[in-house]
Design a protein around this ligand. Structure first.
Ligand SMILES: Nc1nc2c(ncn2[C@@H]2O[C@H](COP(=O)(O)OP(=O)(O)OP(=O)(O)O)[C@@H](O)[C@H]2O)c(=O)[nH]1
Ligand SMILES: [Mg+2]
Length: 383
């Protein structure tokens, strides 16, 4: 006797994995769990590895790989839009798209191969035109999907936004004001922040990772230099930068910050309580006047950040947002760009088959163990 509990029996094939399964529900004490698993292992059971259940579901044809990935995305979704996206993918939308492309390519290859035994003059002219047009259309659709893959990836992982600016501009105060808590140390001493401090935000369902960084200046302090190096590297990788200027120093603008402003960035003048006159634009960008200490102007700035997030992550057909999907799509597109009837029908058909095989790896219609390992490594145990 270990405990009193509940055994739930899920007979095949309607269970999650498609196999006979039993769940044992016991009281949550650690010693109960340990004794139960020791007992089961002694009886010959094996402990589950990461993603073992979903992997079985895939191998038994209950789910394809994109649906398995969407389960992981659902578990990790922290905002509403991430959840909705993951749920949509779990319903098999990606798989349908991949299957349409794959079936189209296989059919086209079949048509070409059927003409191999024909004398050249017997091949209907419009057949070759039809195949060429169809291949071009599929290639265009794949290129469009590839061009949207970045947006899909951003939605899954969150938009990275870096706060940059001169020391004392009020970057940490801004981070704290937005986060609604004292996440970063604020002080009147220039050069306070050294480490990069990250805060997760949910802007109306759009996931954003906001980073506070060290103030940019020449410094002889070794630790501060390292902080500035990190600040610049975060700024370089960020999707959007919030360039913060010190309103009390106007009309002086920190040139190092001005130089880092890119098209998609937002420009902020802080300490408007101390500023006499704020410029309307800096580096061609409209200026958001705020006071990080009082909160004035923050709501408007957040609305601007939300629309940046929306334009960076919204849209239809964003499902192919994993490195694995992108690699397969790129390979397929490469094969289709190579496709050329003038090199001979047989070789051309081979390129179509290569493209079909590449694309099939996305759903796992053709699946190798190493791909399964990559997908399920990220799962937690028990899923
Ligand atoms: N008057 C006024 N003071 C502010 C405002 N925002 C920040 N401060 C003050 O400015 C000083 C610097 O603020 P921080 O947020 O530490 O500045 P920082 O840009 O993070 O500075 P470093 O970490 O050194 O790069 C602190 O004394 C803040 O209280 C503001 O809107 N108005
Ligand atoms: Mg700081």
């Amino acid at each position: 006797m270990i405990d009193r509990g509940l055994a739930l029996w899920f007979p095949a094939p309607a269970s999650f994995t498609g196999e006979d399964m039993t769940e044992l529900h016991l009281h949550g004490g650690r010693s109960i769990g340990r004794l139960l698993s020791d007992t089961l292992i002694a009886m010959g059971a094996l402990p589950a590895e990461a993603g073992a259940f979903t992997r079985r579901a895939v191998l038994n044809g209950k789910l394809d790989l994109t649906q398995a990935e969407s389960i992981m995305d659902l578990i990790e979704a922290s905002t509403e839009r991430q959840r909705a996206r993951a749920l949509e993918q779990s319903q098999g939308g990606l798989s349908k798209q991949v299957e349409l492309w794959r079936a189209g390519l296989i059919r086209a290859a079949g048509y070409l191969e059927a003409t191999i035994d024909f004398a050249e003059e017997d091949i209907p002219d419009d057949l070759l035109t039809k195949v060429t047009n169809q291949v071009a259309a599929i290639c265009d659709q794949m290129k469009t999907a590839l061009s949207k893959a970045d947006r899909g990836e951003r939605l899954r992982e969150g938009l990275s936004v870096a706060i940059i600016g001169a020391p004392n501009a009020g970057k940490s105060s801004l981070l704290n004001q937005i986060a609604g808590r004292d996440a970063a140390i604020v002080s009147h001493l220039a050069g306070t922040t050294r480490d990069v401090i990250e805060v997760d935000l949910d802007l109306n369902g759009w996931p954003v990772i906001l980073s506070d960084t060290a103030g940019l200046r020449e410094s002889s302090d070794e630790i501060e230099q390292e902080g500035i190096r990190r600040a610049l590297s975060v700024a370089e990788r960020a999707h959007v930068k919030l360039a913060v200027f010190d309103g009390s120093k106007l009309p002086n603008l920190d040139q190092a910050t001005v130089d880092l402003i890119d098209e998609q960035d937002l420009v902020v003048v802080n300490k408007i309580d101390l500023a006499t006159e704020t410029p309307e634009t800096i580096a061609g960008h409209p200026v958001h006047g705020i006071s990080a200490s009082s909160g004035e102007g923050i709501a408007t700035l957040l609305m601007a950040l939300e629309s940046s997030a929306e334009s960076a992550m919204s849209g239809e057909g964003l499902g192919f947002g994993r490195a694995r999907h992108r690699a397969a799509l790129t390979q397929a597109v490469d094969a289709l760009l190579r496709f050329d009837l003038s090199i001979g029908v047989e070789l051309a058909a081979e390129d179509l088959r290569l493209a079909a095989a590449a694309i099939a790896r996305i759903t796992g219609a053709i699946v190798a163990d190493d791909i399964l390992d990559v997908v399920f490594r990220e799962f937690c145990i028990g899923k």
